[in-house]
Design a protein around this ligand. Sequence first.
Ligand code: HAM
Length: 425
Amino acid sequence: MELRAAKGTRDVLPGEVEIWQRIEQAVHRIFAGYGGREIRTPLFEPTELFVKSTGSDTDVVTKEMYTFEDRAGRSLTLRPEGTPGVARALLEHGLLRRGDGDRVYYIGPMFRYERPQKGRSRQFSQIGAEWFGSPHPAVDAEVMEMALALFTSLELSDLGLTINSVGHAACRAEYRRKLREALLPRQAELCPDCQRRLDANPLRILDCKVPSCQPIKDTAPVILDSLCGECRAHFDAVRGYLDVMEVQYTVNPRLVRGLDYYTRTTFEVTGGALGAQNALCGGGRYDDLVGSMGGPPTPAFGFAIGLDRLVLMVAAEQEAGRAAAGAPATDIYIAHLGEEALRSGLAAARALRRAGLTARLEPDARDMKKQMSRAAAAGARYTLILAEAEMARRSCALKRMSDGVQTELPLGDWQRVVQEMAVGR
Ligand code: HAM
């Protein structure tokens, strides 16, 4: 039997993993600068959570969830997105009331049973941010700017921010009525799912991906024309704050995202280099979610970035510009010959690593010449030579790789080795 990773999953190998780490470090640094604190929630939750919050009519819930029964017959689901679990956690632990859990972010895997292709997999990772507690349009603008700040710090270009407003519940009720009226005469031309949605949840028709539904959708009225005065003013204010922060964007009145909980602002960031799966980041306001979960009315705004797609973009950028991230540099390679030398080498490696250096020692090595070329291949700055002649003199040799200069030092005084290396920098 040939063992392979499950369809739609992939391994992140050394070489690529350094890009993930670089991004993760940037996330911690940048999001903390906006008051964000990290949260880690379970990878699976009761199925009901997603049905109720992501939405029972969404593609994610009806077609893409990994749902299973545990041994006690409970229905559980691998999280397809992070927002419901985060809202649940903050509610469960009373953090919304206390006001100290109101700006959180997460990095982690999500699961959706989708058709895999470049940039789309069944296990993928998201970087998400959820800001709770404020309905202010400046929050919308600042959180969108935070996502863009992350992309800028990673030196990405060719990104587009698209925004829209889907109004509050009453605007959407009005829009649903208009949409239904407009599409009813063409009901028979819609796909079977959309025919059903026309009665149940006509808004979901707008994110149907069946090709024959596309031209019909294009003739439908847009939600931006159904906004009440307050929602319109909120949207105008968001645009004003984006202008203040010199953030470029376009308004797309047809942008309706595929999850049910959005109210008012929705947005997407697309990456030019991504091809067909070009949505790099999506999010928006969801002022009613916490209330609908039984919590106190709590306005909120958030987004999630597809981390795998971000890695693709950063990798492409790196290839275009600088050299790709290779293995981490080795400060010192420890070459040894014989059991006694290996023992000294292990002690040296431990001491050098404790001093903050990266040390590499290969216990199986038998041949000094081979070890010297391994040291060069590893890009070592120095090689510590523990060969027979030196060992007999109770000493070791420290070779500077840039010019081959060798210094003899007493065996066991590893601090001297560290000092020598610091001088030779
Ligand atoms: P979403 O648009 O479903 O939103 O996903 C956000 C991002 O996750 C997408 O733009 C895409 O980059 C990435 N993504 C989604 N599915 C896949 C997949 N199968 N393979 C690779 N990447 C994928 C949400 O998940 C919301 N929770 C965002 C949010 C947070 N809204 C408010 N707060």
